[in-house]
Design a protein around this ligand. Structure first.
Ligand code: ACO
Length: 273
């Protein structure tokens, strides 16, 4: 399935971009969009890219779930209701476990389920002018379907997580960084260039190294220190085998010859990497 109606999928070498493309509806996520995202993530995963950027068309990143198409219209038909929301859980679970580095490029409005998407990405580069909010209480529910999980795992402190969940107060991109939702905030006019610079930097790294860095981080969150040490050592040997010991044979060999400074730059990937 690559004839998408609600999203634009671009794969350029080892980098991919998925643009949610319902600007007339502030990129609200309808059941059809959720279904397309499920297939698009599989397509991008199979292309074995290093980086995936998610962004929105127009002046919105994601205006949340499509409140009419996901909730209001199918509410009295339980099967239709479940089907529409299941697609969203499907692709969001996949996004959380995605092998490539995921970057949310937040260009504008970002509400509810949109914040969940950002919360599931590895990196978020956001426009200072973007507007964020957990608006659920404004229409009588709590942040559900995984959004509260991302609130709990992305906001630094209980007092802030609950404040924004209970009040639905909006905040901007700079505040999103302060609260732990975003990696960096830049003026909207610089968002594309700054994101591209981060993507270009990631493309200089070995894909397997990026994947294993994510895997180890995810597991380390749930392990105690001695278990994590064991796990990290075991994963290092897995990485070594999968990369044909590139860190010793290429990177540290190059450092030994004083060809580069690992603190300031990355080693040159062999051409087949
Ligand atoms: N679901 C369905 N339609 C939406 C959504 C949404 N989440 N967000 C925007 N739209 C629609 C609007 O209804 C409008 O449709 P229309 O042209 O048929 O009237 C169109 O997109 C344009 O939106 P406007 O409201 O005209 O744009 P404006 O710039 O004035 O406001 C804003 C933007 C603040 C984002 C407003 O649209 C809004 O409040 N949207 C809802 C945001 C929200 O609370 N999302 C749910 C989060 S919780 C969750 O995801 C479970």
């Amino acid at each position: 399935m690559s004839n998408y109606q609600n999203i634009i999928v671009e794969i350029d070498g080892e980098a991919a971009t998925i643009t949610l493309n319902r600007p007339e509806k502030k990129n609200a996520m309808s059941p059809a969009l959720h279904e397309e995202m499920t297939y698009a993530l599989r397509e991008v995963r199979d292309a074995k890219v290093k980086v995936l950027v998610l962004t929105g068309a127009g002046n919105a990143f994601i205006g949340g779930m499509d409140l009419e198409k996901c909730f209001f219209d199918p509410f009295d038909d339980p099967d239709k209701f479940r089907e529409g929301t299941e697609w969203s859980f499907e692709w969001m679970r996949h996004l959380k476990a995605f092998p490539a580095v995921t970057i949310a490029k937040v260009n504008g409005w970002c509400f509810g389920g949109g914040m969940e998407v950002v919360g599931l990405c590895d990196i978020a580069i956001v426009a200072e002018e973007s507007t964020w909010g957990l608006s659920e209480v404004n229409f009588g529910i709590f942040p559900g379907g995984g959004t509260t999980w991302t609130v709990a795992h992305n906001m630094a402190f209980r007092k802030q997580a609950l404040y924004y969940s209970l009040t639905a107060d909006t905040f901007d991109g700079k505040k999103a960084v302060e609260l732990g939702w975003a990696s960096k905030a830049v003026p909207l006019a610089e968002l594309d260039a700054v994101t591209q610079k981060v993507v270009d930097g990631l493309l200089t790294k070995n894909r397997i190294v990026l994947e294993k860095t994510k895997e180890v981080y995810e597991r380390a969150l749930d392990l105690n220190f001695p278990d994590s040490v064991d796990y990290e050592i075991a994963k290092l040997w897995e990485l070594s085998r999968l990369t044909k010991n590139e860190w010793i044979r290429v990177a540290l060999n190059s450092f030994k010859k004083r060809e580069y400074k690992p603190g300031l730059e990355t080693y040159e990937l062999p051409s087949e990497a």
